[in-house]
Design a protein around this ligand. Structure first.
Ligand SMILES: Cc1cc2nc3c(=O)[nH]c(=O)nc-3n(C[C@H](O)[C@H](O)[C@H](O)COP(=O)(O)O)c2cc1C
Length: 179
């Protein structure tokens, strides 16, 4: 991945605790990694962890405390690949409908590179017709969906909804950048 620019976008699902592992795999493979997260993501993983493993500041707001604009257009154009992992039902719904109420979504809408989406949610959420429709819509837009896997979910239920493992997402991105 030498020098490839990977923008890891983290949203507020329980699987966000695995995002640092994905970031680390990309960094170890020689990629330059930046992280954008939603506010909810920080309920599950700290900005300090993400900035430490990515070796870059983590962005989540349109502007910083000094009033400087975090340029989402530049961020979107900087990336060779965007990986949204985990992708919540909420963020997938907003992506499907062009909603732009945070830095992550503005960056996504500004990007010209391939976007990889790793959904993660409870099995009934994943089976809801609204979520299924939104996933179909974002796939039709050209986003690359990495199917969630089956197993034990954070709710205690068993079924499909677990985010693909960081190693599997990393392999997918590796193949994409070397295609
Ligand atoms: C403990 C807990 C776990 C959650 N896990 C998920 C999840 O795995 N997937 C999901 O789509 N939403 C999950 N949610 C709901 C999201 O956090 C919520 O929809 C939030 O608004 C998502 O915001 P974001 O998409 O801007 O990050 C969870 C909420 C809580 C409190």
């Amino acid at each position: 991945m030498n020098g490839r620019k990977i923008l890891v976008c983290v949203t507020g699902g329980i699987a966000a605790y695995k995002a640092p592992l994905l970031v680390r795999l990309c960094v170890k493979a020689g990629a330059e990694v930046k992280v954008v997260a939603t506010d909810s993501a920080f309920d599950f993983v700290t900005p300090l962890t993400l900035s430490t493993v990515s070796k870059n500041p983590v962005e989540s707001e349109f502007s910083d405390a000094d009033g400087n604009w975090n340029n989402h257009v530049e961020l979107g154009l900087w990336a060779d690949v965007i990986v949204i992992a985990p992708a919540t039902a909420n963020t997938i719904g907003k992506m499907a409908n062009g909603i732009c109420d945070n830095l992550l979504l503005a960056t996504y809408l500004s990007a010209r590179c391939p976007v990889v989406v790793a959904p993660a949610m409870d099995l009934d959420m994943l089976q809801h017709p609204a979520v299924k429709k939104n996933l179909k819509t974002i796939a039709e837009f050209g986003n690359l969906i990495i199917e969630p896997t089956e197993g034990e979910l954070a709710s205690g239920l068993e079924g499909k909804g677990r985010m693909a493992e960081p190693e599997a997402i990393f392999e997918f991105v590796m193949k994409l950048v070397h295609a």
